[in-house]
Write a protein that binds this ligand. Structure first.
Ligand code: FMN
Length: 194
């Protein structure tokens, strides 16, 4: 790895994968945003799928002008999906945003903060089988938060259980390494649409 791969700023888009009201994603996203803004090499873009219109009946594979977030995804060097587990998988809006875009994911790393009774592990592991089709790679480290609803204080703020912050930083360090390495192969002729 060259020195350039380990220096400079990295733009990370965090995708909030629940669109419910109310949702546990809110306190978790607030915690995640707080932790990530403390990281000095990182430029953060928080993408809330609840605020993004990507109608399933208008699905436009490839994103582009039809997607209001194609540019934000394209600008990112890597992604963190904040993803709950629904029925032993990931929520439908997560699949929808993945399907709506194509080149925007290519040759970029994807990391996961999962939550659910078992930490969202089944949602995360299933997403790992999807991203290679988009030419994206998923990082080994992850953050899995079992029973996250039991870690809210009296004000509803998420108080991470022991080890969670350390797991997040390990994951982000790996994400940065992959983002730096993959930048060098992210050239237009490799990012085909077919
Ligand atoms: C439709 C639905 C299905 C769910 N299925 C699972 C499940 O299979 N495994 C699990 O651990 N939690 C499951 N849960 C619980 C969610 O993980 C939990 O409610 C979580 O807080 C949802 O995140 P959200 O509030 O940000 O949407 C399910 C929740 C919903 C709404």
């Amino acid at each position: 790895m060259t020195e350039n791969n380990l220096t400079g700023r990295v733009r990370i888009a965090v995708v909030i994968g629940s669109v419910r009201k109310p949702r546990l994603a809110d306190p978790l996203a607030a915690w995640l945003e707080h932790e990530l803004t403390e990281i000095d090499w990182l430029d953060l873009d928080l993408i809330d799928l609840a605020a993004v219109s990507l109608p399933m009946q208008d699905l436009q594979p490839g994103g582009g002008a039809a997607s209001p977030i194609a540019g934000r995804l394209a600008d990112a060097d890597g992604f963190v999906f904040l993803v709950p587990e629904y029925n032993h998988s990931f929520p439908a809006p997560v699949k929808n945003v993945i399907d709506w875009h194509f080149v925007e994911w290519a040759y970029k790393p994807v990391a996961f903060v999962g939550y659910g009774a078992s930490g969202g592990i089944r949602a995360v592991e299933q997403l790992r089988t999807v991203f290679p089709e988009l030419r994206a790679t998923t990082v080994r480290e992850s953050v899995l938060i079992p029973m996250a609803w039991e870690h809210l204080d009296a004000t509803g703020r998420f108080v991470p259980p022991p080890g969670t912050v350390q797991a997040l930083h390990a994951m982000m360090t790996e994400l940065r390494t992959w983002a730096g390495a993959l930048r060098s192969i992210r050239v237009p002729d490799l990012v085909g649409r077919t």
